[in-house]
Design a protein around this ligand. Structure first.
Ligand SMILES: *Cc1c(COP(=O)(O)O)cnc(C)c1O
Length: 389
C-alpha cells in the first residue's frame, strides 16, 4: 500500500502505469486469457502463479476495483460482483450450510430480507431478527447453530444506527462472524473492520458509483473467508463485468469529494426539515436529536447523504408531498448526484402490514431523501414548496 489516505488510494492504486495507462487503466474486454505454453497454463490453473485465467474468475479491471476497496476498508482481501445482492447471496452461499442460523437486524435491505425469509429456508438456513434499537436483545437469539451476525448501519430507509463495536464484542464472545452491509456509509465514512467486522459488503451501485450508471457489488474482509467466497463465486458465476468494474474504479477517484459534499448538503437539508412546521420529526446521523448521535459520531466520519423524516398527515400527505416535487426525482436508486425522494409506506414497503412496517421504523408519513449534489438552496426550496402544497 502506498499510503493510508483513502483519497490517494482511490486515485493511485492503479494496477498498471505505463505510457498508455498512466491516467486511465485500459479496459480489458476479454472473456479469457492466453498462456505462454502448456507449463504456464498448468501452473496458472494450479494457482502456483497469480494469473488471470477467465473473466468469470478474475479480470484486471475487476482486480483494480477490488484492490482499491480492500485498501480503503483496511481489509485483507476482496471479491467483486455484478450487483450488491450477488455479493450478499454469494457470501451466505459460500459460508453457510444446511442447519446454520443467522442473527440479523430486522431492518435490512428489502431483497436481503426476502433472501432470509423466502430462499435460505429452502436450504434449511434460518434467521432470527433483532430490533436495531434494542441491541441488548441480540445475545438471547444466538444458538449453537448461529454462524453469522448481520446488520446495516445506517439502515435503509429509517437511518437508524447500531454500535459496530458492540456487535463485534458479541460476535467475538460467541465465536460467530460479523458481516456488515456498509452501503449507506461507503468506505470513506465508516470502516467496520476497524470496529471488529469480519466481512464488509457494499452495493457499489449506490454511492460508490454515485452517478446512477452501473450496478456492482463487493465483499472485503478476512483472507480465508474471502477465499471461500471466491471459490463459490468462480463456480456459480456472479462476476462483475470488466466494464462496470472499470467505471467503478474511476468513480472511487471522486468518492471522498462527493461524500464531503453529499454530507454537507444532507446536514443542511436535515436542519431545514427539523425547523419546518409540516414535519413531525427528522432523522440524520449527525443531527444532535438522532437517538444514536454519539454512536454515529464515534464510528462515522460524516453523516452521509440519507435523511429520513415524517410529513404530518400519514400516507396521503406522503404521496401528496412526492407529487408536488418539481426538481427532486422519484426513483428507487440512492446515492446519485441527483436528489431522490421515496415514500416507503406506499412503495418499497407497501406489501407489509402497518405493524410490520413499524417494526422496521417505517411510519406512514416517512419520507427518505437521498440528498444529491445540486446546489443545496435548490434542494431545500423544492422540498419546502412541496411541503406547503
Ligand atoms: C441497493 C442495496 C443493496 C443491493 O444492491 P444492488 O446493487 O441493487 O443489488 C444491498 N444493500 C443495501 C443497503 C442497498 O441499499
Amino acid at each position: 500500500m502506498i499510503t493510508d489516505n483513502i483519497e490517494t488510494q482511490a486515485i493511485r492504486l492503479q494496477n498498471e502505469r505505463s505510457q498508455y495507462a498512466e491516467h486511465s487503466t485500459p479496459l480489458y474486454l476479454t472473456s479469457s486469457f492466453v498462456f505462454d505454453d502448456a507449463e504456464d497454463m498448468r501452473a496458472s490453473f494450479a494457482e502456483e502463479k497469480e494469473k488471470n485465467l477467465y473473466s468469470r474468475f478474475t479480470n484486471p479491471n475487476t482486480t483494480e476495483f477490488i484492490n482499491k476497496v480492500v485498501a480503503m476498508e483496511g481489509a485483507e482481501s476482496g471479491y467483486a460482483f455484478a450487483t450488491g445482492m450477488a455479493a450478499i447471496f454469494s457470501t451466505f452461499g459460500a459460508l453457510l450450510s444446511a442447519g446454520d442460523h443467522i442473527v440479523s437486524a430486522r431492518s435490512v435491505f428489502g431483497s436481503t430480507h426476502t433472501l432470509f425469509t423466502k430462499y435460505l429456508p429452502n436450504w434449511n438456513i434460518t434467521t432470527s431478527y433483532f430490533d436495531i434499537n434494542k441491541p441488548e436483545t441480540i445475545e438471547a437469539l444466538i444458538t449453537s447453530d448461529t454462524k453469522i451476525l448481520y446488520a446495516e448501519s445506517p439502515t435503509n430507509p429509517a437511518v437508524d444506527i447500531i454500535d459496530l463495536e458492540y456487535l463485534s464484542a458479541i460476535a467475538k464472545k460467541h465465536n460467530i462472524l460479523l458481516v456488515i452491509d456498509n452501503c449507506f456509509a461507503t468506505p470513506y465514512l465508516q470502516n467496520p473492520i476497524k470496529f471488529g467486522a469480519d466481512l464488509v459488503i457494499h452495493s457499489a451501485t449506490k454511492l460508490m458509483d454515485g452517478q446512477g450508471r452501473v450496478l456492482g457489488g463487493i465483499v472485503v474482509g478476512k483472507k480465508e473467508l474471502i477465499r471461500e467466497v471466491y471459490l463459490f463465486s468462480r463456480n456459480t458465476g456472479p462476476a462483475i463485468s470488466p466494464f462496470n468494474a472499470w467505471v467503478l474504479s474511476k468513480s472511487l477517484e471522486t468518492l471522498a469529494l462527493r461524500l464531503e459534499k453529499h454530507s454537507e448538503n444532507a446536514l443542511k437539508v436535515a436542519k431545514f426539515l427539523e425547523n419546518d412546521s409540516h414535519v413531525n420529526w427528522v432523522k440524520y446521523p449527525f443531527l444532535k436529536s438522532h437517538p444514536q448521535y454519539h454512536v454515529a459520531k464515534k464510528q462515522m466520519k460524516l453523516g452521509g447523504n440519507i435523511v429520513a423524516f415524517e410529513v404530518k398527515g400519514g400516507i396521503d400527505s406522503g404521496k401528496k408531498f412526492l407529487d408536488a416535487l418539481k426538481m427532486c426525482s422519484l426513483s428507487a436508486n440512492l446515492g446519485d448526484t441527483r436528489t431522490i425522494v421515496t415514500h416507503p409506506a406506499s412503495t418499497t414497503h407497501s406489501k407489509l402490514a402497518t405493524q410490520e412496517r413499524l417494526e422496521v421504523s417505517i411510519t406512514d408519513g416517512l419520507v427518505r431523501v437521498s440528498v444529491g449534489l445540486e446546489h443545496v438552496n435548490d434542494i431545500i426550496s423544492d422540498l419546502s414548496q412541496a411541503l406547503r402544497v
